[in-house]
Design a protein around this ligand. Structure first.
Ligand code: DGL
Length: 270
């Protein structure tokens, strides 16, 4: 059985936090990663733009051999996943429903906070998913537009990052949440700084964990996973739409152990 190639995409380096979960939970499965660095940040793009970008990227990844797509971006999961399912035949998994379920399972007080991009917050996708699973859960959402540029610039701490995090998170702390969804795949890079603000009483949910778990069972159900015959070596490939050296630098520091990172710059029709 040939191994299923998994395609992942995001606006930039954030989706590497999802790729890391794939390496952990599905070792031996080759990935194709697309960072749409020509269009980062996605957070304030219109739904029409996000649909157009996702369409081009999924067609490209399919052409490169992807047989399964994991959306490694919450904004695209919120605003383009359902449309992509009607346009492309291959199976896809997004972050919202698994992330919402993980939060509903984790909360004891029924007060859940979300930080995410403006696009994700405005879409209401997490609120809808949480309410359909647990109508009594109260959800507080805060858009955090300054965080993605800080992460893309490698500023995981320092005064600007601390200031932005305090501004976004203190109102959530005042609402007495006990669970916080990191609703953008760039934010797990800020986890230590976020944990310092909330302390141990607030559970931080990285939706990537439940999403990759859900993708694994889905792939298994579809017969896309190889039989358990040990982990085979495999080659992962990375593509970006701009600034390959910048992405390579960031990817090396985030994925340290994945020293051999082959990044190619490709130009997709806009
Ligand atoms: N990392 C993406 C997300 O999860 C996109 C962030 C952005 O580019 O604004 O939403």
């Amino acid at each position: 059985m040939t191994r299923c190639v998994v395609g992942l995409f995001d606006s930039g380096v954030g989706g590497l936090t999802v790729a890391g979960r794939v390496f952990e939970k599905l070792p031996g499965l080759p990935i194709l990663y697309f960072g749409d660095t020509a269009h980062v940040p996605y957070g304030n793009r219109s739904p029409e733009e996000l649909v157009r970008y996702a369409d081009g990227i999924i067609s490209f990844l399919t052409g490169q051999g992807a047989r399964y797509i994991i959306f490694a971006c919450n904004t695209s999961s919120s605003l383009s996943l359902e449309i992509m399912r009607t346009r492309h035949a291959l199976p896809m998994m997004g972050l919202i429903v698994p992330g919402a379920k993980a939060a509903v399972d984790a909360t004891r007080s029924g007060r859940v906070g979300i930080i995410a991009t403006q696009g994700t917050v405005k879409s209401g996708a997490y609120e809808r998913a949480i309410r359909s699973l647990s109508p009594g859960t109260v959800v507080y959402s805060v858009p955090a537009p300054r965080l993605v540029p800080l992460v893309e610039a490698g500023q995981m701490d320092g005064p600007d990052t601390e200031r932005a995090l305090h501004e976004y998170l203190l109102p959530l702390r005042e609402q007495g949440i006990d669970t916080l969804i990191l609703g953008c795949t760039h934010y797990p890079f800020l986890r230590p700084a976020i944990s310092r603000i909330f302390g141990p009483d607030v559970t931080l949910i990285d939706p990537a964990e439940a999403t990759v778990e859900a993708a694994r069972s889905d792939m298994f159900g579809r017969g896309l996973l190889p039989p358990g015959d040990g982990v085979q070596p495999c080659v992962h490939r990375y593509f970006v739409s701009a600034d390959a050296p910048g992405f390579l630098h960031a990817a090396r520091s985030f994925l340290g152990r994945q020293a051999e990172i082959d990044v190619r710059e490709v130009c997709l029709p806009d």
